[in-house]
Design a protein around this ligand. Structure first.
Ligand SMILES: NC(=O)C1=CN([C@@H]2O[C@H](COP(=O)(O)OP(=O)(O)OC[C@H]3O[C@@H](n4cnc5c(N)ncnc54)[C@H](OP(=O)(O)O)[C@@H]3O)[C@@H](O)[C@H]2O)C=CC1
Ligand SMILES: O=C1O[C@H](COP(=O)(O)O)[C@@H](O)[C@H](O)[C@H]1O
Length: 481
């Protein structure tokens, strides 16, 4: 099956922070891939805007380098075609310089998208100048990167700054996990099949495990990360979104507000997490003497967590009695993200003591090998009588849908901005609700002053995370290389 490309209308895409790290590693390569497969409307243009003094040719050189280095681009004709769409103007987010030139580059009647790939401290300045200079109109989209705030108060301040100039319907808050193919597939699995929904509740589901394990350290971004930690960097946003999509009620339709209303209800139903239900970890120096978290942070006393595991309760009719266990960490054994849904065991065993019954388990693998797997119990084939064994119904997308094409999460999300579809973007109230849940947890840590438990690099996290499960007579799925 070849994926169908549905072209978008032509647009003016203004990339603030066009000379920055995220632009060159993700945004520009993603735009190029969508251009290369023919998704752009005919007159589309991309305008880079940053502080650096550079002309159009200089920006084209910068972008060519980014596409070759980070986008795997080799097709000279496609690269030349893409570079043709580019323009550049220096713009100072905090001053008046460059805005009149930017305004003169924008065309009447085209979709305008302003992507703010800059520090959040510049969001308010840019939003305000976009409006006061007439660069943005009432249909323009404004896209903002994470982190969306550091806590509830700062997220509220960002929302206020953006909403002073743009309607909520124009604001696209990026959480790149929502652009991942299998994350969207979770909604298809739940709401496009009649098989699962009747079982999707605490009567049939014992518990859910959501894991985002990373092998990378914080090296190179230790300064930023030490102010953030796993809770702010991953749990409040990415894991929260996975939890919401797993736990939410069926929306009445697949529309931005219908989906986001249901996600918001999940966040609002979260119980406060008690300290005994959270484990924080920090990676120590490796056996080979490799740098520790504290070395990477440049802070020998750091109490910031690079790992967190927690038991979360969703307090509503559907989920009462079914805990969600979340965990994420750096420097773990392997890169592996998944949602594992553990069903309850069959209520009665007709096969006798020699055949212990296993529970069914549905695993939604987000990365690296995207797919869906259902663990079932079958008869062990052969003449050995009625002996039971486990068997997996495995749908690895690379095998079952080999020509479906893969796309980076940013590709999908940027095209949705042009289409004007906010379903996969966080609404302001959602982000604030997530911070309102996370803030007390973080404050309690800060007040206690307790250091996270040290854990080995290349393992599966701190020992206490095992106890979190053992206490409930459960086990984590192994993080396996
Ligand atoms: N890098 C990453 O992997 C990720 C980044 N993010 C987020 O994306 C955003 C950008 O991050 P990143 O690319 O790493 O940051 P960088 O520091 O690499 O780039 C910052 C960009 O902002 C521009 N800039 C700074 N000050 C001004 C100003 N006064 N006026 C106009 N432009 C200005 C810089 O322009 P110039 O260089 O010309 O001065 C540069 O292009 C941040 O919000 C970050 O949190 C989110 C997820 C991952
Ligand atoms: O937002 C972030 O995400 C990455 C993990 O993203 P993935 O797509 O590679 O799973 C994480 O490493 C980073 O710390 C965080 O800021």
């Amino acid at each position: 099956m070849v994926s169908r490309v549905i072209p978008v209308d032509s647009f003016d895409f203004v990339l603030f922070g066009a000379t920055g790290d995220l632009a060159k590693r993700k945004i520009l390569p993603s735009l190029f891939h969508r251009f290369q497969i023919g998704q752009f409307g005919d007159n589309s243009r991309i305008i880079g805007a940053s502080r650096s003094q550079m002309d159009r040719a200089g920006f084209q050189d910068h972008v060519r380098d980014a596409l070759e280095t980070y986008g795997g681009a080799t097709d000279k004709e496609a690269i030349a075609g893409f570079l043709d769409l580019l323009d550049y103007t220096p713009v100072d987010a905090k001053g008046d310089g460059g805005w009149d030139v930017l305004k003169s580059m924008l065309r009447e009647g085209e979709i305008r998208a302003f992507y703010l790939s800059v520090a959040p401290s510049l969001f308010g300045d840019i939003a305000s100048r976009l409006k006061s200079t007439g660069c943005a109109d009432d249909d323009s989209r404004i896209v903002v990167e994470k982190p969306f705030g550091h806590d509830l108060a700062s997220a509220q301040a960002l929302n206020t700054a953006l909403r002073a100039h743009f309607r909520e319907g124009q604001i696209y808050r990026i959480d790149h996990y929502l652009g991942k193919e299998t994350v969207q597939n979770l909604m298809a699995l739940r709401f496009a099949n009649s098989l699962f929904e009747p079982l999707w509740n605490s009567s049939h589901i014992d518990h859910v495990q959501i894991t985002v394990a990373e092998t990378v350290s914080t090296e190179g971004r230790g300064g930023y990360y030490d102010q953030s930690g796993a809770m702010r960097d991953m749990v409040q946003n990415h894991l929260m979104q996975l939890l919401c999509l797993t736990a939410m009620e069926p929306p009445s339709k697949f529309s931005p507000n219908a989906v986001r209303n249901e996600k918001l209800k999940v966040i609002e139903a979260l119980e406060p997490v008690q300290p005994e239900n959270i484990v924080r970890g920090q990676y120590r120096e490796s056996a080979a003497g490799g740098d520790s978290y504290r070395d990477h942070a440049g802070n020998p006393d750091s109490r910031t967590e690079s790992y967190v595991a927690m038991k979360v309760e969703v307090s509503n009719w559907r989920w009462a009695g079914t805990p969600f266990y979340l965990r994420t960490g750096k420097c773990l054994r392997t890169r592996e993200s998944e949602i594992a849904v553990f069903f309850r065991k069959p209520p009665h065993n007709i096969f006798g003591e020699d055949n212990e019954l296993d529970a069914n388990m549905l695993v939604i693998r987000l990365q690296p090998d995207e797919g869906i797997e259902l663990r079932t119990t079958i008869k062990d084939p052969g003449p050995g009588g009625m002996r039971l064994t486990g068997a997996n119904l495995d749908m690895t997308f690379a095998d079952s849908l080999p020509d479906s094409g893969s796309q980076d999460a940013y590709e999908r999300l940027i095209m949705d901005v042009i289409r004007g579809n906010q379903t996969l973007f966080m609404r302001g109230d959602e982000v604030e609700a997530a911070w309102a849940w996370a803030d007390p947890i973080i404050h309690a840590w800060e007040e206690s002053g307790q250091a996270p438990q040290q854990y080995d690099q290349g393992g599966s996290g701190p020992d206490d995370s095992l106890l979190l499960m053992h206490r409930d007579d459960r086990r984590w799925r192994p993080i396996e290389a």
